[in-house]
Write a protein of this length. Structure first.
Lengths: 277, 255
């Protein structure tokens, strides 16, 4: 069944880019979730929406404007949070709403939604071009390699920023670099599930993996496996059942999350019964 | 012999209030210094200045002969155990992964990591997630992290607050072992006066200003001095909360 659909070029591109995006989002997502910045992905995606609207309005390649606007906004909000001690969730709310507001204004000026904008909002992985695929693979290689190098440093910062400072790490620099990596990950992933569903890729595989109670490295691998499976299953299933791929991918992830909770609770109750007996 | 820590006229203001006021003291190699003071006395701020976490202070802090602002490399010689904070149960790192964070940037230290874990008696928990351990065990894991890089100086900020007394005793034994057997210089803040009297050879009493710094027995063996310290601490807090507002300036006086 899988081999049949692999004959189609659009499906090959969809699966390849989907796998690359899911790995990248899982890895970046674990650090965001542990920093309690789960909604940062959502906020960045909304800012990217403003950037995309700006691109469509000015006639510049929308993904490029989304990159620029999202990176600048993310770094700016991070600085704002550090210098004013605004709580992280509040600064994320500022980011989210201002991005959406800019987008809505630009759309209304340019005369309403276009098909392009709709695909950015809800994603359409089947429309990935060869150029998009190359861009996604390059982004994936950059993000994964840098996080591989900074892995332990990021873990320490997430565990305790003060201890990271005492270890001699340049915490501000690493945080800024991570924010930039998170921004480019989000923008590259918009094609897969769209602006409105992007945080699912960041959050759901990671909280599912965290429920399984393994070490840091294992959690990353489990999260990637859940994400890759959901994306491949979602794309293939949506093709055969004629559903929207983005929604199918997210619902597959949510189903795995719910199944994990149920299995975990059942195991806990079973253990309790064994201990009582 | 050159002191390991030399703090000279350290002053730090937070929101225009003096958190540390003209503090000077030294710590020699092998010393076990207990720092005591009430909540809000500036103990954590003092450590944060000493470790370079806070940089906008006045005065000078020399660690191992270098100014902490000029030479961050000396941090490699220091292990730091912050105020106890509970780790979330779902935090995914195992004990071994947490301890390995103590040797970031150092090569081939896996033996040191294992030795540090064994030293704090967490060998059978090395592959357990840190969030699943008790608070006392979590704190020992943080100590192992600090020990993995084989520090010459260990700074501990109220590490046993909120931990039951049996676990505290095991913790104190561990600190004594580190100081006596490994020769590690220890600077440790605590509210547990009895423990400080028992463990530390030197003591520093602060409440924004330094009230006393010297041999432990010179403080704990002098009832008059201890009494005036309590008065000093009370006076200091009265001045902080009421004196500034009434007179527009800090009236704190050291006895």
């Amino acid at each position: 069944m899988l081999f049949d659909i692999l004959q189609y070029g659009f499906m090959q591109r969809a699966l390849l880019s989907g796998i690359a995006i899911s790995i990248m989002c899982s890895i970046v997502g674990l650090f965001l979730v542990l920093k309690r910045h789960s909604l940062f992905g959502d906020a960045l995606a909304h800012v990217a929406f403003g950037g995309i609207a700006l691109g469509l309005f000015t006639g510049i390649y929308p993904i490029l404007t989304a990159y620029v606007v999202a990176i600048l906004s993310a770094v700016g909000v991070n600085k704002l949070r550090e210098s004013t001690k605004i709580p992280p969730d509040s600064s994320i709310a500022v980011l989210l709403t201002s991005g959406l507001a800019i987008g809505v204004i630009l759309i209304s000026i340019s005369g309403g939604f276009t098909l392009d904008l709709f695909s950015f909002l809800f994603g359409n992985i089947l429309l990935v071009s060869n150029e998009d695929l190359i861009m996604i693979l390059i982004t994936d290689a950059i993000v994964v390699s840098i996080i591989y190098v900074l892995y332990k440093r990021l873990m320490l910062i997430v565990f305790d920023e003060n201890q990271a400072k005492v270890s001699g790490l340049n915490v501000t620099w690493i945080n800024t670099l991570f924010i930039v990596l998170a921004s480019i990950t989000i923008i590259a992933s918009i094609r897969l599930v769209g602006v409105l569903l992007i945080s699912s890729l960041i959050v759901i595989p990671n909280i599912t993996a965290l429920l399984l109670g393994k070490g840091f490295k294992k959690t990353i691998f489990i999260s990637c496996a859940i994400s890759v499976f959901s994306v491949v299953f979602g794309i293939v299933a949506s093709y055969y059942v004629n559903l929207v791929p983005s929604g199918t991918i997210v619902l597959t992830m949510v189903s795995m999350f719910i199944v994990t909770i149920i299995v975990k609770n059942m195991r806990f109750r079973l253990k309790k019964i064994v201990v009582t007996k | 012999m050159q002191p390991i820590i030399k703090v000279t006229r350290l002053t730090y203001y937070y929101d225009s209030l003096p958190t540390l006021d003209n503090i000077s003291f030294t710590v020699g190699k092998g010393d076990f210094l207990g720092i005591i003071g009430p909540n809000g006395a500036g103990k954590t701020t003092l450590f944060q200045c000493m470790l370079g976490i806070v940089g906008d202070y006045k005065g000078e802090i020399n660690l191992f002969g270098s100014d902490i602002k000029q030479n961050k490399k000396i941090l490699q010689k220091i292990g730091y155990v912050p105020q106890k904070k509970s780790v979330e149960q779902t935090f995914p790192a195992t004990v071994k992964e947490i301890v390995s964070l103590g040797v970031i940037g150092m090569k081939n230290r896996s033996d040191d990591i294992d030795m540090a874990i064994d030293f704090v008696e967490l060998g059978s928990y090395r592959n357990k997630r840190i969030g699943e351990l008790s608070e006392g065990q979590q704190q020992r894991a943080i100590i192992a992290k600090a020990l993995a890089k084989q520090p010459e100086l260990l700074i501990l900020d109220e590490p046993t607050t909120g931990i039951d007394s049996a676990t505290q005793e095991r913790f104190y034994d561990l600190l004594t072992k580190l100081n006596k057997d490994k020769g590690i210089t220890i600077v440790w803040s605590s509210h547990d006066m009895n423990a400080v009297e028992r463990l530390a050879n030197k003591v520093a009493c602060i409440d924004r200003k330094l009230f006393f710094h010297g041999q432990s027995e010179d403080f704990f063996g002098n009832e008059e001095r201890m009494k005036s310290y309590v008065e000093f601490a009370m006076q200091s807090h009265m001045n902080l909360h009421f004196g500034n507002k009434i007179n527009g300036k800090d009236k704190l006086e050291t006895k």
